[in-house]
Design a protein around this ligand. Sequence first.
Ligand SMILES: NC(=O)c1ccc[n+]([C@@H]2O[C@H](COP(=O)([O-])OP(=O)(O)OC[C@H]3O[C@@H](n4cnc5c(N)ncnc54)[C@H](O)[C@@H]3O)[C@@H](O)[C@H]2O)c1
Length: 303
Amino acid sequence: MGSVGVVGAGAVGQTVAATLVASGICPRLLVVSRTVEQARALAADLDDMRQTTGSPVQPEARRVADLIGCHAVVVAVRAAFTNTRAADVRMGGALTNAPVIRALATTLRGYQGTVLVVTNPVDLMTRLFAETSGCPRVYGIGSNLDSARYRLTLAHLLDVPATTVHGHVIGEHGDGAVVCASSTTVNGTPAAVPLAEVRAELRTRPGQISAGVGRTRSGPAGAVLSTLRKALGLVDGTEELTAEHRGDWLGIPLRFTAGQPVACLPALNADEDAQLAATATKLRDAYQALRPSGPTPNSQETT
Ligand SMILES: NC(=O)c1ccc[n+]([C@@H]2O[C@H](COP(=O)([O-])OP(=O)(O)OC[C@H]3O[C@@H](n4cnc5c(N)ncnc54)[C@H](O)[C@@H]3O)[C@@H](O)[C@H]2O)c1
């Protein structure tokens, strides 16, 4: 296992980086942010963590171009903007984050490792990164976090251990998320899913976390670590990730075996099928509407 890069030293990037140091998953962790000072500060803080915990992971402040040699790169950047949306909140970052993602993807053209995009709206940013860079292994984090929240919520509502719940949330990491209730099981038996309560919890949970502690960060960091383990072939298993599926980019379950993914969509009932088709159309239209606006940031300034 080689090095891992993290781009973006904000709430999510810091938590991802600290999680990776604590996990001991890689020998070197290259951190990059908008300024050299941010990257150096994060690397120093992580170095303190390495020293206090005896972690084998060596953090280093680097530039985007240095990430070409990494086994995996996690993209957790966010352009500065004020999100005033009440609905479809994650779509609020589309136009401001797109030029940043485009610039990163341009610098990393030809990269052959695994890229995990966290930046929202993640389904659009994942496709944008993949199509701009031409990188062969680009996945978006989001539907796996939604699925984890779904299983946790259902476990609470049905008063069963979360480990007994199997079910997916697919489609968009956003308002177009599709809860695959018809294929959900508890202890292998089809579950009676209280859909309205589940949907309400999935809709309000991220906002409640952000309202309480500023940003969601630990959940996404866990989703990144879990995906890295599978995508890098350390363990086999399934993650719901944004990936290309029949010409569209949306969250689908991918079964990783020795690091190689195979799509494994659950059986959908007519309602779920219609919801997924509507979400695919929404994401396709939103992606088409993403056009370069204003000057593209110079990725060389990104250190
Ligand atoms: N997919 C998910 O499940 C999920 C969950 C939580 C957050 N997010 C998203 O992750 C992104 C990051 O969130 P956050 O809370 O860490 O944001 P943040 O504002 O705390 O941090 C963003 C970081 O990106 C850096 N940055 C900005 N432009 C850059 C550039 N050109 N190059 C390198 N770094 C740059 C900033 O300096 C900052 O350190 C957001 O888009 C957020 O919506 C996604």
